[in-house]
Design a protein around this ligand. Structure first.
Ligand code: KG4
Ligand code: ZN
Length: 339
């Protein structure tokens, strides 16, 4: 079975082809236009998707070595995401599927982030996670705990009540005059800094929920006060600031992961989403899981950010259940998780 996966929910235009659960090709076109604005500009994202979608899909098919007539289904992100961006992928996927007379499969972006752990690659041996398990999606728009009974049976057990973890990386980077997206840049500078140089407020939130808006405000006020005393404070302390901010975010995540694993008694943990690329989080989690006898699955860096392969693998599991969608489906911006 050949499945094309299309992802256009935010600022990456991506397409991938899977043969069953094996990856044949993955093309990701990053939109650099947003860098000058310090964040994603929805209207520009939508326009860039329109420019990229045809060449990205063509390239994915060419690299996979198949023609579009060989496709069995087209899977695409239905939501959550930016409406104008989603619309480009959704309309394109529907039109192509209609022309080829093949079924469409709608995919939830967050569900797809988790399922990257089930993609196999030719020539690479992979140990696939077994169920039940706990998964955490940490991205620019979401921080979500999910309990999974199988590939398609998921239950949200906690989420952020305000900002996402990635958003703190991005907003903190902006306050430190660093470029967008902030996560990779903070990660890089942090490797030269002291994580205990500065302390920031950690939130008190019940259960398995997260909150990051207080930390964002605490960084803002801290920098404002320090800059009043010393205008070169940021430049003089950049590495320590990055390391301390990163440390606080990771501590908040680890506290909740510990609580969730303890209370659910689950022994398998999956990390997913853009922030899963963070080297400090990966290191701390690896140590924590080794000490606590938890089977940890970290995604390869290429699969952490938004990509078409995660959409295609979700499509694969839905195809096996004949879970196809009608051509009149419409995207959803937020909230509505389809599991
Ligand atoms: O999953 P993703 O590509 O998009 C969303 O669905 O939101 O995640 C993007 C987020 C951004 O906030 C970016 O700053 C963050 O992932 N990110 C990182 C790193 N690489 C990307 N955050 C921390 N450390 C990184 N190395
Ligand atoms: Zn994402």
């Amino acid at each position: 079975m050949y499945i094309l996966g299309i992802e256009t929910s935010c600022d990456e235009t991506s397409a991938a082809v899977l043969h069953n659960n094996e990856l044949l090709s993955l093309i990701i076109s990053n939109q650099t236009v947003h860098q000058q604005y310090g964040g994603v500009v929805p209207e520009l994202a939508s326009r860039a998707h329109q420019q990229n979608i045809v060449p990205v899909v063509e390239m994915a098919l060419r690299k996979a070595g198949i023609s579009k007539q060989q496709l069995n289904a087209i899977a695409f992100t239905l939501g959550p995401g930016l409406p104008g961006s989603l619309m480009v992928g959704v309309s394109f996927a529907k039109s192509l599927a209609w022309a080829l007379q093949i079924p469409i499969i709608t995919v939830d972006h967050l569900h797809a982030h988790i399922l990257v752990h089930f993609i196999t690659e030719s020539g690479k041996t992979k140990d696939l996670p077994s169920f039940p398990l706990l998964a955490l999606v940490v991205s620019g728009g979401h921080t979500l705990f999910v309990r999974m009974e199988d590939h398609l049976t998921l239950k949200t057990i906690g989420k952020t009540i305000d900002d996402a973890a990635g958003e703190v990386f991005d907003k903190a980077a902006k306050m430190l005059n660093l470029p967008y997206p902030g996560g990779p840049v903070i990660d890089k500078h942090a490797s030269q800094g002291n994580p205990f140089a500065f302390t920031f407020a950690k939130p008190k939130v019940n259960n398995f929920d997260f909150s990051f808006s207080g930390l964002k405000t605490s960084i803002l006020y801290f920098l404002r006060d320090k800059l009043k005393e010393d205008p070169t404070f940021i430049d003089d302390n950049l590495a320590d600031l990055c390391a301390s901010i990163q440390h606080t975010i990771v501590e908040i995540l680890l506290d909740k992961i510990h609580l969730a694993l303890q209370q659910t008694k689950l022994k398998t943990f999956l990390l997913a989403g853009g922030v899963a690329a963070n080297s400090y989080l990966r290191k701390r989690l690896t140590n924590y899981c080794a000490e606590n006898n938890i089977r940890l699955y970290l995604p390869e860096p290429i699969f952490t950010t938004d990509n078409g392969a995660m959409i295609a693998i979700a499509g694969y599991y839905k195809y096996l259940k004949n879970d196809f969608a009608p051509l009149d489906v419409t995207p959803y911006a937020s909230g509505k998780l389809i599991f």
